[in-house]
Ligand binder design. Structure first.
Ligand code: SAM
Ligand code: SF4
Length: 327
């Protein structure tokens, strides 16, 4: 029996590990401040520590680990971390901005990584640059095509913001006609200092309406614990989906646990509570009770911080910025 159960009887088997709080992009909604101070390397979990911590999770039925950040591929010891984690009985995946992916193709093939989530919020070079502060859309796009050609399951994460990239929703969906891509539109979420406004959120019903005006669409079956509501257009080879964190939260089936790059466990993206796993490991103490305590305190919904996104005042939320949590 799994020991990773919260007080609402939700079983937890999916761990998201942030490898760094630094990044080679400066996305408007995540890390807008060019001068943000990153953690010193010694405060980050080291490869052996990541392995030891992850092993405790997999010993208790965690079967999926996602590497994220910040940008996970900027860590100089990224390959060493993947080599170690690939020894554990869990599926390893990652979320990346994609700009360095070409360097890791061989590693991923060797270590059995089959699926990657690549973030790309615009197909227009100018909008891409204004969103990320980097002029690298063509490199990211080449890497998306490379990973598709090499047979990876490629999901594209698109954070949709009104007045910024919402005009491109149909363009993204149309990519799935000829390419086996799985586009996921993410509703814009509020975090510390990310200029979130409720009027910038484009909800799933609004996006669906725009798509249905242009294409004939079908609903697909969603998996248990899936955060995405999946659809496809007729005769397409790919799919599209919505991550409706704001308009239709999926907390009831939540199976996710998070580790920040400095080894703090969070039981929810929006939760303010943190539990010091790395500090406990460095004192040579058992981390399982700390993991269980973290799950015991998990709130029923939205980290206990809000119910209706239309009533959220971002100033009232206590949390790290997205880049410091790990998306
Ligand atoms: N650097 C990697 C990347 O961009 O894919 C991994 C980390 S990033 C924090 C993980 C995911 O969170 C990305 O898909 C990003 O678009 C998403 N994200 C960041 N801030 C967000 C926000 N305010 N609302 C919704 N999604 C957000
Ligand atoms: Fe970096 Fe990803 Fe955040 Fe963009 S979303 S600033 S790429 S961590």
């Amino acid at each position: 029996m799994s020991k990773l159960v919260d007080s609402f009887n939700r079983k937890h088997d999916y761990l998201r590990i942030s490898l760094t709080d630094s990044c080679n992009f400066r996305c408007l909604y995540c890390m807008p401040d060019e001068n943000m101070q990153c953690l010193p390397h010694k405060e980050l979990m080291q490869p052996d520590e990541i392995y030891e911590i992850a092993k405790t999770f997999t010993n208790f039925n965690t079967n999926k680990i996602r590497l994220t950040g910040g940008e996970p591929l900027v860590r100089h010891d990224f390959s060493e971390i993947v080599e170690k984690l690939s020894q554990l009985p869990a599926e390893i995946t990652l979320t990346t901005n994609g700009v360095l992916l070409h360097k890791y193709l061989k590693l991923f093939k060797d270590k059995g990584i089959k699926s990657v989530n690549i973030s790309i919020d615009s197909l227009d070079p100018q909008v891409f640059q204004s969103l990320t502060k980097r002029n690298v859309l063509s490199r990211v796009w080449e890497n998306i095509l490379l990973y598709v050609e090499e047979g990876f399951h490629v999901k594209l994460n698109v954070v949709v913001m009104k007045g910024i990239n919402d005009k491109e929703i149909v363009n993204f969906v149309e990519l799935t006609k000829k390419l086996p891509l799985h586009v996921r539109f993410i509703e814009f979420m509020p975090f510390s200092g990310n200029q979130w406004e409720k009027d910038r959120v484009v909800t799933m019903p609004q996006m669906l309406q725009v798509i249905a005006e242009q294409e004939s669409i079908a609903k697909l079956k969603d998996e248990v614990n899936d955060t995405a509501k999946k659809y496809m257009i007729q005769d397409a080879v790919g799919t599209f989906a919505f991550i409706t964190t704001m308009s239709q939260p999926f907390c009831g089936g939540c199976n996710r646990m998070r580790l920040t790059a400095d080894g703090k466990m969070k039981n929810c993206l929006f939760g303010k509570e943190e539990f010091d796993i790395l500090g406990t490991l460095r004192k040579n103490e058992d981390i399982l009770p700390v993991i269980q305590q973290c799950l015991f305190y998990k709130h029923k919904k939205m980290g206990g911080q809000f119910e209706d996104f239309k009533k959220v005042n971002p100033e009232d939320l206590t949390n790290r910025s997205m880049i410091k949590i790990g998306g």
